[in-house]
Design a protein around this ligand. Structure first.
Ligand SMILES: Cc1cc2nc3c(=O)[nH]c(=O)nc-3n(C[C@H](O)[C@H](O)[C@H](O)COP(=O)(O)O)c2cc1C
Length: 190
């Protein structure tokens, strides 16, 4: 049986993190992809990629859902338990707040809520700066509920030369968390 994973892209800056993950996730995985409406707006603004263009170029191993497709299989715990878990990259503070408060009013919020209740891995790559107390409290709440909160902050000890190197460092750390092998950044050798 093929491994499956859920990738959500929300409207924080850094949609490139989600796109790079989509590109780099193993092709023998089924990727359930959910992109929020705001993510499409931000993607167009910062990457010049329209929604149409994005949807036309999806990898073959990807099943796409809009944020309103609340009937998607992964909205149910019975399906989500069969996956490796959920990545939200980038994760807006709005989506973080919705997860922290169990709102479940779109498909992204719902799959995150289900991941927490089923004790599946939930990795939130939050992007905002600076952080308000509300953001920090929401991060604390979801961490206590079992999520991994990671603020997109590339290291510099591997001497990145390009923006791509910095993105790959962050994406590599996400993959590490799921035990997915990669060569996206050079590991610290001491
Ligand atoms: C160009 C642009 C950049 C944005 N960057 C961020 C950001 O870095 N972090 C964030 O939390 N929200 C950011 N936002 C705001 C979110 O897109 C907005 O709060 C949206 O409602 C989030 O919805 P979503 O979580 O459903 O995608 C940005 C919006 C725009 C238009």
């Amino acid at each position: 049986m093929k491994k499956e994973i859920v990738l959500c892209i929300t409207g924080a800056s850094g949609t490139i993190y989600g796109l790079r993950l989509l590109e780099i996730l193993p092709k023998d995985f089924i990727v359930h992809l959910i992109v929020s409406d705001s993510a499409f707006t931000v993607m167009e603004k910062e990457m010049d990629i329209s929604k149409d263009k994005f949807l036309k170029n999806l990898p073959e191993n990807c099943l796409f859902y809009s944020q309103d497709q609340i009937y998607a299989p992964v909205a149910s715990g019975s399906k989500l338990v069969q996956t490796e878990g959920v990545i939200v990259a980038p994760c807006s503070t709005g989506t973080l707040g919705a997860i922290a408060n169990g709102l479940s009013n779109n498909l992204i919020h719902r799959v995150c809520d289900v991941a927490l209740k089923e004790r599946k891995k939930l990795y939130l790559l939050v992007r905002e700066m600076p952080l308000s107390l509300i953001h920090i409290q929401n991060m604390e709440k979801v961490t206590q509920a079992g999520a991994i909160v990671s603020v997109a902050s590339p290291g510099f000890y591997h001497k990145p030369q390009t923006i791509g190197d910095m993105i790959d460092f962050v994406v590599g750390k996400v993959l590490d968390s799921f035990g997915i092998k990669h060569n996206l950044y050079e590991r610290w050798q001491g």
